[in-house]
Each structure stands twice: as C-alpha cells, then as structure tokens.
Design a protein around this ligand. Structure first.
Ligand SMILES: Cc1ncc(COP(=O)(O)O)c(C=O)c1O
Length: 481
C-alpha cells in the first residue's frame, strides 16, 4: 500500500502515518486479516525512524484496529462504521507524536475510542442449509488438478470457436446422449459460462422488448431476472404436484422457462401428460421452451422421465445444463443445446456479445469427462447426496408439527411447507439467531404464497449433522409461529 508522508506539513510524520493507516482500515482498503509490513521494513521504505512506526502500530493496536504478535507481524482485525470521522488522525497524543518524529507539531488532545463494528453481526453459522452450492469437500481436486495440468500442456485452439472448445463440445454431446438421451449435433451445442449465460443468449437471440415470457411461480429467480433484463413481460404460471400448470400459459407467450426434472424450488417432477401437453402447446403457438435440467445428475429415487428435448426431438426446446451442481458454480461451466433453426443466429450473436469460460478450464473439463474421472466423481457424490437426501427426509418427517416436506426424488435440496400461518421470513430470522442458515421461498415467488415454506439445502451438510440441524430449525419454526 502506498503511503504519502509530507515533511513540509505541520502535522508530524507519526500523525500522518497513523492517519493514513487508520483511514485505509476505515475505508476498507485494508481488510480484516490483511498484514501490515514489519515495522523495520516500513521505516526503511519511508525513510523514517523505526520507533515512529512502532509507536503508530502500538496506537492502532491499543484502539483495536490491528493485532500485533511478536514475530508474527501486525494484522488488521476490524472494520469500522463507514460514517466514523477521521478526526482521530490528528489526535495522536502529544507524548506519542513528539517522540515519533523529529518534525514538531502542535500537541492535540487524546481521542475517544473509535466506534468499531465487526464485519458481521450474525451469530456464526453452525448449520448451513442454504440452497445452491455442492459440497466443496467432494470436489474431485486430484483429478481436476491432473486435468488442468494436461490442459496446460496443449496450446489453446486458435482462433477460438465462438461456441466453445470443439473437443469439449464433442465430449458433452456424447455424455448427454448417453446419460440423458439428449440427441444433438455438436454444432447445436454451445458451451456457456454457466446456465445463466445460456438464458442470456436465448433471451438476446429470441426476445424483443415486451415479449411475454412464462415462468414457473415459484420459480428460479435468476432465470426470471435474466428475461426481465432483456425487456420481457414476465407472467408467473402456478406449479402443482404435476409441475407447471400448462393450461395457465397465456396464448401470446413467446417463450416458456421450466425445470421439469426437479422443479426449482418446489422439487416436483413434471408428469408425462404435462410434458406432452406443453410440447403440443409449443407446436400450436410457436413457443420456444427452455428446459433447465440443472441438477438431474442427482436422481436419488426411481428413474428420470424423458427430457422434453428428447420427446420433442429438439425442434423447439432449448436444453440447458450446468456443471455448477456437479463440480461447482465458481467454474462457470454450462451449455445449451439449441434447435437447428437457432444454430446460425446464435453463432453470429455469440461472436458479437461474448465468449466462454477460460480455455484451460474447458479443455480440463473435456479431459475429466473423457478419461472417466467425471463419471467416477458422479458415482461417488451420488452415493453421498442420496444418503443426505434420505436422512433429511427422515428428519423432516420426525418433526411433523413444523414441516411438511414436499416429496422430491432429485437434487440437493428439499422444500418443506411450514405450519399454516407461520411467517417464512420470521422463521428464517429465528433460524439465523440459532446459527442455522436457510432460505425461504420469498425470492422465488412472483405472487405472494398462501403458505410459507423453506427450501432446505443438503449440499454442504454432513449426514450425521442433519438431525441436529433440523431439530434446531424446528425450534426456530416454533418460535416464529
Ligand atoms: C434452477 C437452476 N438452474 C440453473 C442453476 C445453475 O446456474 P449456473 O450454471 O448459472 O451456476 C441453478 C443453480 O443453483 C439453479 O438453481
């Protein structure tokens, strides 16, 4: 960090140094955990006496800004309220200031201790039941490292392909053909930065401002937001035990977004009659259907139903997949299989608006799929998540006064209804007070729900912690009623 000391100023060098370090902490340029340079090194760099630096560090430590241990250096410990004034910078005690530097200045009065605020006021999370990420402990680190090393040994393809690395597109095309019976040509498969970029590309390619997009309600809010940002008029369609209520889709809809394998967030599977009905509507009304198959790799009970894409032979269904659940959302790896009619427009669009995740990651993923490590990883993680799914279902059933779990066969979360009249946001807040991080359906809803519910993730919690987590959560629900 650059420090600017001005010997021509009236304020002593020590006062200036103190003021600049404190300001850097208060403004967040130095964050909790950041290490300050050793006093001798800083003194040498600034051309000032070491004693000046140690005195300033001593003052910052006494005020709780930094923590200093002999030999380990000084570490920033805290953030401070943003509105806190910096007047203290001129308040270095006359004793301290006078002995810090040969430069003299007017002595000032001692300061009051600054108002400090820890970065977070929430109690620590004991049980993380948030929906979303898979377990980082299960990430296939050794295989991934090997795949990245392999990838680094080959030059990236030149020029790059707007749709993504051709080898990876081939291996994903084969993999989804094998695992999900999604049959497509390699030219139809676009590699994307997660499912989110696939939604964005589809929206840019197909939607005009004001077009009607039908989405599930409750439904995946980030997909909805993406269509909203593209200027679409969003219409929420209810979801029942059979999935999206196709009858409720307005006749002027241009696009339907749905999660048929595992509805997000309710978890139901779209029944076969509904699938057939939706595809028939698509043909009649010239609708494009975006099928988000984001977590069907984790099917814990019974066989999956055929994807819409297979039933439709890929004519009007855009099939979207993601590696966010199988590997991790930070990699930003996903794909879209688009109808033939969209291949050329999308390729042109892609060249204009953006490319894909880093070449190294793409070819590493290709390696992971083709050398068998990805299938091995899936077999291993399926076993772990199936066990957590079983345990979570059992624990929700053990607290019938607090939860009515919605039957679900797949994925990394289960949604549970709360008792009638229980406010879901109050339940989330009561859970947070007890160290349980969990989400309610609020963000997923368009129309207000008649009954509160919690979406309970089991991606990152160990099986043997689920009983404790759910009984703590039941206690929170009791308090919120
Ligand atoms: C419904 C749904 N679709 C897709 C995704 C994956 O999104 P992305 O690939 O952009 O990380 C998620 C992740 O949580 C999801 O819940």
């Amino acid at each position: 960090m650059d420090l600017f000391l001005d010997r021509s100023q009236r304020r002593t060098i020590g006062v200036q140094l103190y003021g600049q370090l404190r300001e850097a902490i208060e403004r967040g340029r130095l964050l909790p955990g950041d290490r300050l340079p050793p006093s001798r090194q800083l003194a040498d760099e600034l051309g000032i006496a070491r004693h000046t630096v140690t005195t300033v560090y001593g003052r910052l430590a006494a005020e709780g800004f930094i923590d200093g241990h002999a030999g380990a250096g000084s570490v920033v410990t805290t953030t401070v309220t943003a509105d806190h004034t910096l007047d203290g910078a001129s308040d270095l005690t006359s004793d301290g200031a006078a002995s810090m530097s040969a430069t003299t200045t007017a002595a000032t009065a001692p300061t009051a201790a600054p108002k400090m605020r820890r970065a977070s006021v929430d109690p620590p999370v004991r049980f993380d039941l948030r929906v979303g990420a898979p377990d980082p402990e299960l990430f296939p680190l050794v295989d991934w490292r090997r795949a990245v090393t392999w990838s680094l040994q080959r030059p990236p393809s030149m020029p790059p392909d707007p749709e993504g690395d051709i080898d990876l597109r081939r291996s994903i095309t084969r993999w989804i053909g094998r695992s999900r019976s999604v049959v497509a040509g390699v030219d139809q498969l676009h590699l994307t930065a997660g499912a989110q970029q696939a939604f964005d590309l589809v929206a840019r390619a197909l939607l005009r401002s004001g077009d009607v997009v039908a989405v599930e309600d409750p439904g995946y809010h980030l997909a909805r937001r993406c269509f909203e940002v593209a200027g679409a008029r969003i219409v929420g369609i209810p979801v029942d035990d059979h999935g999206l209520v196709v009858d409720a889709i307005p006749s002027d809809a241009r696009l339907v977004y749905t999660t048929p394998s595992h509805q997000m967030p309710l978890g139901v599977t779209m029944s076969m009659p509904r699938r057939v009905e939706l595809l028939a509507l698509g043909r009649r009304s010239d609708l494009v259907i975006v099928e988000d198959d984001y977590d069907s790799e984790f099917r814990h009970v019974d066989r999956p139903l055929e994807p819409l894409h297979r039933l439709d032979r890929g004519e009007r269904v855009v099939y979207v997949g993601s590696f966010s659940k199988t590997l991790g959302p930070a990699l930003r790896l996903g794909f879209a299989v688009v109808p033939r009619a969209l291949v050329d427009p999308l390729r042109e669009l892609r060249a204009a608006v953006g490319w894909q995740p880093p070449a190294t990651d793409q070819s590493a993923l290709h390696r992971l799929i083709t050398d068998g490590s990805f299938d091995r990883h899936l077999r291993r993680t399926r076993r772990v998540y199936a066990e957590r799914h079983r345990e979570l279902r059992a624990q929700l059933a053990a607290h019938p006064d607090s939860f009515t779990g919605i039957p679900t066969n797949a994925g990394l979360h289960i949604t549970a209804w709360l008792p009638h009249g229980c406010d879901e946001a109050a339940a989330v807040a009561a859970a947070r007070d007890r160290g349980v991080a969990v989400e309610c359906l609020g963000a997923y809803r368009i129309a207000p729900g008649a009954r509160g519910a919690l979406a309970i993730g089991f991606g990152t919690i160990a099986s043997n912690a689920i009983a404790d987590a759910i009984s703590t959560l039941a206690d929170a629900v009791g308090a919120a009623r």
